[in-house]
Design a protein around this ligand. Sequence first.
Ligand code: ZN
Length: 90
Amino acid sequence: MSHPTQVRIISPKADPDSLPVPGDIYRGGDNIWYDCCPKCGIVAALSNHTVVEEDDGTITVTPSIVCQCDRKGAKCDAHYFITKSVITYV
Ligand SMILES: [Zn+2]
């Protein structure tokens, strides 16, 4: 199975019916950025990351993101960088 290589910035505030799919990123009503893991689809807060909106409209997140989801004992070990909206898996 292949995973997204590009994040998509969505706006739940503008479109409350839109559900995040793997690879989506958005700023929540609480002003915290969330990302939908491109591998397992779990939504996680990026409160301990720095999220930068680039001048060209893309997103850069530092440091890299490690998915700590543990669904039914099946760990998602996704580890990836988001640089100018491009997802690079480690
Ligand atoms: Zn995951």
